[in-house]
Design a protein around this ligand. Structure first.
Ligand SMILES: NC(=O)c1ccc[n+]([C@@H]2O[C@H](COP(=O)([O-])OP(=O)(O)OC[C@H]3O[C@@H](n4cnc5c(N)ncnc54)[C@H](O)[C@@H]3O)[C@@H](O)[C@H]2O)c1
Length: 251
């Protein structure tokens, strides 16, 4: 039971990758606090995983401080912070074709949230003798995807934030790493709303054809990389960006 006795806070834990990580950590004995603005998904996770939940927008400071207050009152400690919530609006495209509000929203939800959560969490982690932060970046943060400027910039910032956290808090026994997924099995919830089923199928087929391993990754596969970085087997790894993309970045 690799996470027995550990407390993990997961943002975006109500669906997709966040939920897969929550399930795997629960299977390994972790106690969980999930933060998301999808209330239905949160309630389902509370029932199935026995997780503590907090409903709210992770780009708001009060949600970050409220989450850490809850971790302190419910569990008295925090060992793992997984900054994973994110959006990728279909209408935010090239720099010229991105509304200013959409730019700000993507940066706030994808990056400001991780800054706020880390800022609130580190004192509690430090008090417990250390911990592990894992951020969800993307291969788009290493090599920008076309027509996705705000998203690519937000994920490059997550790679950079990871290294700042790693350098600044190593002395406190806190490691910080990120995962850079390629295509995972579903487009993100906010984007899914704007795509027909047909378009989603075409996206999946196009993705599979471009990936050297010949398919999209499952959430379970990427979650295993997150658990590795969050757990004791990665005790000498900090500041790393682990690419989990079936070889896509090599193309
Ligand atoms: N799906 C992919 O192909 C892919 C590829 C690379 C990276 N990623 C990254 O992986 C992460 C998870 O994506 P996913 O595919 O699981 O998508 P998802 O939409 O299933 O999960 C994201 C979760 O974040 C929550 N969320 C979004 N904005 C929020 C906010 N402001 N406040 C609170 N909760 C919020 C959503 O409700 C959702 O539960 C994201 O950071 C995404 O950028 C996804």
């Amino acid at each position: 039971m690799g996470f027995e006795g550990k407390v993990a806070l997961i943002t975006g834990g109500a669906s997709g990758l966040g939920l897969a990580v929550a399930r795997q950590m629960a299977d390994q004995g972790a106690r969980l606090l999930l933060v998301d603005w999808n209330e239905l998904g949160l309630q389902a996770a509370r029932t199935s995983l026995g997780a503590a939940v907090l409903h709210g927008d992770v780009s708001e400071e009060s949600v970050a401080t409220g989450a850490i207050d809850l971790a302190r009152s419910e569990f008295g400690r925090l060992d793992v912070l997984f900054n994973n919530a994110g959006i990728d609006p279909l209408k935010a495209r090239s720099v010229v074709d991105t509304e200013i509000d959409d730019w700000d929203r993507v940066i706030d939800v994808n990056v400001r949230s991780a800054f706020l959560m880390s800022r609130a969490a580190i004192p509690l982690m430090r008090a417990g003798g250390g911990g592990a932060i894992v951020n969800t970046a993307s291969i788009a943060g290493l090599k920008p995807a076309g027509d996705e400027a705000a998203y690519s910039v937000s994920k490059a910032a997550m790679v950079s934030l990871t290294t700042s956290l790693a350098v600044d808090f190593a002395k406190d026994g806190i490691r910080a790493n990120c995962v850079c997924p390629g295509f995972m099995e579903m487009v993100m919830t906010d984007r899914r709303r704007d795509l027909t089923d047909e378009q989603q199928r075409a996206r999946a087929e196009g993705a599979a054809a471009r990936v050297p391993l010949g398919r999209q990754g499952t959430y379970e596969e990427v979650a295993k990389a997150v658990l590795f970085l969050a757990g004791g087997d990665a005790s000498y790894i900090t500041g790393a960006a682990l690419v989990v993309d079936g070889g896509l970045l090599l193309r």
